[in-house]
Design a binder for this molecule. Structure first.
Ligand SMILES: Nc1nc2c(ncn2[C@@H]2O[C@H](COP(=O)(O)OP(=O)(O)OP(=O)(O)O)[C@@H](O)[C@H]2O)c(=O)[nH]1
Length: 320
């Protein structure tokens, strides 16, 4: 903004000095572009300490566009031109090139000045240095990713947790709905619970109880062959296995394999009536999305089978 513009805004010479002083003492950098010529009518002197380019080197919008990170340029220029043509105030974040070839994150907040007939006359705006904010945002994004990865894992056994399982079954349920036949492709679920685990803890202590859970989680992981199969810790001494695309026959085979591998592992449990070894009770279910209103209704049905396996003597498999 030259002095004439400031004067026009403020009305008197002394006011215009005040306004100019105010504009040039803020950390935000004020600027004005004349729409008809696409030339800078004004840019605050604060631009030089920030980017290194002298105040009088900002002549046209091309200087602005060319001093922008190439990855940001097309999007930001197109966006700002479109918004300005439409007469809409807007803001854009981009990396501005510094004279020594670095980049500074800028948020440009733009007001479109229109003539009484509605035609665009000029753009005025403020550039804010948001480098620190962007750095914090990037750090937060990395932390959030790490947290997401952590919160999908069970802290003790290192396999997937219930949250991960729920997310996976939602996805597989949807993809089964859209796959083959009118009712979709099958999804199978196994719920597995360690038998007499309270006695195990009481007898061997909680630390050994934890080791038993870790060993079982590892063995169950080994029982799966398809890369889309998923074993998760459902809670306490209960595990759950998702077998997308597996029919009832295939699901039963996996359940039997789990039982066999645990039996082979032979973890001692002096108070178990089943050869004094740690055993599992397993409920098995196979369904298509047409059979149940939701995955959780299906899981509840499989859970009933797990209870049946417990009721019928433990160390056994029951199927829906
Ligand atoms: N060590 C250890 N024990 C756990 C953990 N989570 C749950 N438990 C124990 O698992 C036991 C589960 O007991 P119950 O639900 O009575 O089941 P159970 O003794 O296996 O009996 P059935 O399932 O009927 O055969 C409790 O003693 C819990 O304290 C854990 O993270 N670590």
């Amino acid at each position: 903004m030259d002095m004439a513009d400031v004067k026009e805004l403020s009305g008197s010479d002394s006011d215009s000095v005040v306004y100019k002083t105010l504009l040039e003492s803020t950390r935000a950098i004020p600027w004005k572009i004349d729409w008809a010529t696409m030339k800078f009518a004004y840019i605050g002197p604060q631009i030089e300490p920030l980017l290194g380019w002298s105040q009088d080197s900002w002549l046209t919008v091309d200087d602005w566009a060319s001093r922008m990170h190439p990855e940001d340029r097309d999007y930001v220029v197109n966006f700002c031109v479109a918004q300005s043509k439409a007469g809409v105030d807007h803001e854009a974040d981009y990396r501005a090139l510094t004279k020594d070839n670095g980049y500074v994150w800028i948020r440009d907040v733009v007001h479109v000045v229109r003539k009484p007939d509605g035609e665009v006359e000029a753009l005025i705006g403020f550039m804010f240095d948001i480098t620190e904010r962007k750095k914090t945002e990037e750090k937060l994004l990395v932390l959030q990713k790490e947290l997401e990865a952590l919160s999908f894992k069970d802290g003790l056994t290192n396999i997937a947790n219930r949250r991960r399982f729920n997310a996976a079954i939602e996805l597989e349920w949807e993809s089964a709905r859209n796959g083959g036949g009118a009712s979709g492709t099958p999804v199978s679920v196994l719920m597995l619970d360690i038998d007499f685990f309270k006695q195990y803890n009481d007898l061997y202590g909680h630390v050994q109880g934890d080791d038993c859970l870790i060993a079982i989680a590892r063995t169950l992981s080994l029982a799966l062959e398809n890369p889309r199969d998923l074993v998760a810790r459902f809670g306490g001494e209960e595990f759950i296995i998702l077998l997308p695309g597996a029919d009832a026959h295939a699901a039963l085979k996996v359940a039997e394999r789990c039982q066999r591998l645990i039996q082979k592992q032979g973890i001692a449990h002096a108070q178990s009536p089943h050869e004094q070894r740690v055993t599992l009770s397993i409920g098995v279910g196979t369904a298509t999305p047409a059979d149940y209103a939701s995955p959780s209704d299906f899981i509840a049905a499989v859970d009933q089978q797990l209870y049946a396996a417990k009721r019928n003597g433990r160390n056994r498999i029951e199927t829906v």
